[in-house]
Design a binder for this molecule. Sequence first.
Ligand code: UDP
Ligand code: MG
Length: 327
Amino acid sequence: MQTLHRLPERPDPLLTIVVPCFQEEQTIPEFHQRITRVVRDLSVSCEILYIDDGSNDRTADLLRHYQDGSAVRCLFLSRNFGKEAAMSAGIDHARGSALIFIDVDLQDPPELISTMVDYWQRGYDVVNMQRSLRTGDSWLKRMSARGYYWIMQRLVDMVDLPTDVSDFRLIGPAPVFALRALDERSRTLKSLIGWVGFRTIELSYNRTARHAGNTKWNAAGLFNLAIESILSFSRKPLRIFSFISFGLFISSICYLLAAFVAGSFDIHHLLVVIASFMCVGVAMVGEYLGVTLTEVKRRPLYFLKRNSKTSPVTLHPPSSSIESKKC
Ligand code: UDP
Ligand code: MG
């Protein structure tokens, strides 16, 4: 095991760097070395929070070796829940008032963190890192990402989702507070962060190849992620179905009337009308289910921006500076 790069004690950090890890024994040592170097030179006090997402290689052992209970802390999930759940655990357990999410495989260069912190201190609440080059990703990954953003931008109407933003981002105290107020189970952080709003900037970077090991995503996983995002943020698919079935119903009534007038009516015409009528019924049930889903989530109706006169870098903003209202 390599020598430890100890960081100074951080009883009350301003920033938490959340690092989800799953089967990453090959990447963690190099990542830890680079991140500790970055953290040491940062202008704000900072803790590193590793989350072991139920790995069964040496990941947990390595993390246990690095944790010091102060500047480096670890959470160990009981099994592999997926990156989204690991990041949510990070949001729940971070001690810093602002968060940075970063992958441990070094596709996101830790050295960019100081630039992200600079933008935060200049008053941005969310600093998204946007991949200008994806030299480290396979052709399939690049194409599926392009398809994902194409579909999302057409189907998801409630969220501002810039293309090619990764999970590598900084979120300030106000959006962290807002995210903690969202209690829904089915969640994709990328869309939720877009949904809560606040002053946001995209900075481009080159996403390089993995330091070691393989990606944990496959086509089925990416497809599931896309479906989750669409279902949690859009009722458009239901609405499209409603329009089509209503159109079908109207045209089948016209068809029936035309058959009556032409004297060519038979029982099949009636069956077409009944089938399209049932489609309208299913669409209606879907619409009501869609509304119920929105109600069950009980997302706050809005969040107020922090008072713009206060300094952007404030520890634990006073509860009056940001308010939420439940539906
Ligand atoms: N990861 C995780 N749980 C999982 C899958 C991945 O915590 O079930 C972590 C992984 O260790 C890495 C980050 O999420 O730090 C990104 O994973 P990966 O590199 O496989 O995804 P890609 O970069 O290909 O999108
Ligand atoms: Mg990766």
